[in-house]
Design a protein around this ligand. Structure first.
Ligand SMILES: Cc1cc2nc3c(=O)[nH]c(=O)nc-3n(C[C@H](O)[C@H](O)[C@H](O)COP(=O)(O)O)c2cc1C
Length: 144
């Protein structure tokens, strides 16, 4: 999950974060061009990544991944968060790690903007297994 902060905090679910370099460590994330989170990262040049764990409830995915911060304040009633040194939120529950990044490059891919971020802070939060996209489809996403 991705968080950003401007006048208000916001965040969205992503399945496109990957480590792409070390010394210094760099992550790539890919944001849908119409997402508010993408606009906020573009303007502020910083973002946090929270690595969700397999026990993440579908409600959390729905809350951050199926509505936009243009219409709701997603953090208004969401208390399982702390602020990192850069002032942005990261998740303290259902997450095993967090990374704070500053944007060092970006590439417009049309439907998505890819940001390359240099890691400025990181924490291990638990030993629980990370939630992969495959696990999300197999065990979290409801089957109607
Ligand atoms: C399982 C899942 C994976 C997603 N992956 C991405 C992604 O990689 N990049 C992205 O920009 N949005 C992704 N989304 C969609 C955003 O989370 C969604 O559009 C969100 O409502 C955007 O909120 P915002 O407008 O407040 O930024 C994903 C959603 C789900 C449920």
């Amino acid at each position: 999950m991705l968080t950003a902060k401007e006048d208000q905090d916001n965040g969205c679910i992503i399945n496109t974060a990957v480590q792409v370099a070390n010394n210094p460590t760099r992550l790539a994330i890919s944001c849908q061009s119409e997402n508010l989170t993408k606009e906020m990262i573009e303007r502020t040049g910083v973002f946090n990544v929270s690595v969700l764990t397999e026990d993440v409830p579908f409600d959390t995915i729905k809350h951050f991944g199926m509505q936009t911060g243009r219409e709701v304040n997603k953090f208004e009633n969401f208390s399982a968060v702390k602020r990192s040194h850069n002032g942005l939120y990261y998740l303290t529950e259902n997450a095993n790690a967090m990374f704070s990044c500053k944007v060092v490059d970006k590439k417009d891919l049309g439907s998505h903007m890819m940001f390359i971020g240099e890691v400025t802070e990181s924490k291990v939060l638990s030993r629980n297994a990370s939630c992969t996209y495959a696990h999300y489809h197999k065990a979290i996403k409801p089957k109607f």
